[in-house]
Design a protein around this ligand. Structure first.
Ligand SMILES: Cc1cc2nc3c(=O)[nH]c(=O)nc-3n(C[C@H](O)[C@H](O)[C@H](O)COP(=O)(O)O)c2cc1C
Length: 190
């Protein structure tokens, strides 16, 4: 069983990265093979609305997203982790999400994704500096629709308010424990 972790923060030693590592550690404890992708290190052009994907579900842009399509399709479970930037996910993560339109085409137009009826589950991890009630609303909607497009069920999330400084999350052992547990549960299907 493979779990793909997508790290959407551009910051080194980011809170998101620390939380994602914990979740992947939990998934590994539950027996999964885990892989982490740092999207800020990749070249992912935003969607250009060429719609070449409508033909065969493949995007015509030649960049690092090419490898990611295969990883997104092959993973049994997916963890998307991104901090909140202006009430949404980061631009890096959003570019990946928008480019998954090619997989939306495979699922909804060509009907070639999801045919095997595997139940693939997704976990969303996010962190923001402020404490507003609606802090995660926009990001959660984006990620729910992203998971649906890639044929992954939105199985849960870990949304943490009031964390701002680099690596500050490490001072919150309770949140790290939650990430570890959620990673384990993602694989165990709890
Ligand atoms: C460009 C930018 C936009 C941000 N927008 C928000 C925001 O809308 N709401 C919020 O609570 N925090 C916002 N933040 C703060 C980050 O969410 C916060 O610092 C978080 O801990 C960063 O996580 P990371 O270390 O994983 O990158 C923003 C930070 C940056 C750099």
């Amino acid at each position: 069983m493979k779990v793909l972790g997508i790290m959407g923060s551009p910051r080194r030693g980011s809170n998101t990265d620390i939380l994602l590592d914990k979740a992947l550690e939990g998934a590994a404890q539950a027996g999964a093979e885990v892989e982490k992708v740092l999207i800020s290190k990749l070249k992912i052009t935003p969607c250009l609305e060429i719609y070449a994907c409508l033909k065969d579900g493949n995007c015509s842009i030649k960049d690092d997203m090419r490898e990611l399509y295969d990883k997104l399709v092959e993973a049994d479970h997916v963890i998307l982790a991104s901090p909140i930037f202006f009430y949404g996910i980061t631009a890096q993560a959003k570019a990946l999400v928008d480019r998954s339109q090619a997989l939306w085409v495979r699922k909804h137009v060509l009907k070639t994704l999801g045919e095997d009826r595997r139940e693939r589950r997704g976990l969303f991890i996010s962190v923001g500096a402020t404490k507003g009630e609606k802090l995660f609303d926009g990001a959660v909607l984006t990620v729910k629709y992203f998971f649906d497009a890639i044929d992954v069920k939105y199985a849960g999330d870990l949304l943490i308010r009031g964390v701002d400084d680099r690596g500050e999350i490490a001072e919150h052992p309770g949140h790290l424990e939650d990430a570890l547990r959620l990673g384990r549960e993602l694989v165990a299907g709890v």
